[in-house]
Design a binder for this molecule. Sequence first.
Ligand SMILES: C[S@@+](CC[C@H](N)C(=O)[O-])C[C@H]1O[C@@H](n2cnc3c(N)ncnc32)[C@H](O)[C@@H]1O
Length: 268
Amino acid sequence: MSARDGWNLISKAYQNNIRVSLEDVHYGPASPGEREMKLLGNVEGKDVLEIGCGGGHNTIVLAKWGARSTGLDISEEQLKHAERLAHEHKVAVQFHLGNMEQMEMFPDANFDIVLSSCAIGYSENIERTFHEAFRVLRRGGAFVFCVVHPFRNRGRAIRYSGRKLWGIGNYFDRRRRTWIWRFGDVVAKFYGYHRTMQDYFNALTSAGFVVEGLFEPEPYPLKKMTAEEKRMIPYYWEGAEKEYEIRKRVPFILLFKARKPLACNSAV
Ligand SMILES: C[S@@+](CC[C@H](N)C(=O)[O-])C[C@H]1O[C@@H](n2cnc3c(N)ncnc32)[C@H](O)[C@@H]1O
């Protein structure tokens, strides 16, 4: 099924199974968020767009931090959750239904920051997505996004010489991969796309971005944390705890910071 149908199907169960903070922008499950990574700078008064905003948590946090905040997602059900959450928290944000590869609802040079967390891995065509992110950004604007790390996308836990290791079958196999999401009786199968680090880097520079930083954040030390401390994690998910031994050895998240140059040849 398409990502849109898949997310519509699992949205409710997914939102019930994760715990995402409304106090920090998150960069994936059990990973340090914006308060620690400091990639966005002061967002107060800035026009910020989150692409693949899902249940709207990051979009809402940005509005709470003083940004004029907009979220875009392809799933109606995810956006319903986002609208409800924004209403509950009395936060003014705009949500749009649409595809990050084709953001014709936004004029050129409309935002200071484009953000995305764990959503670009579902984009069929990252060249188009990055081109669109570049187009809607103002000159000097930042594009910050994270995806599931390609070492995780193409690997699985194995036992070797009595040790539990992470084995990568074929890092260069770029065929799309079916994700099976299962929450009790709710099961959805839809595609995610594997790209190597080189693919992300080159797609960014081809779109016109300058890459300022690449991060592979280590997870919070979940095993040493109290329940109270875990409640402060920007995105807590039990699955991350179960895989902790792997996560502390192999990166789960790949995070980029790129910038649209002040001086560039592009028309926008
Ligand atoms: C794992 S969720 C992440 C949501 C949110 N960023 C968060 O971190 O909570 C991925 C989201 O990407 C959205 N998505 C997938 N493909 C998309 C596309 N082509 N354009 C816009 N949104 C898309 C899905 O509907 C889903 O809500």
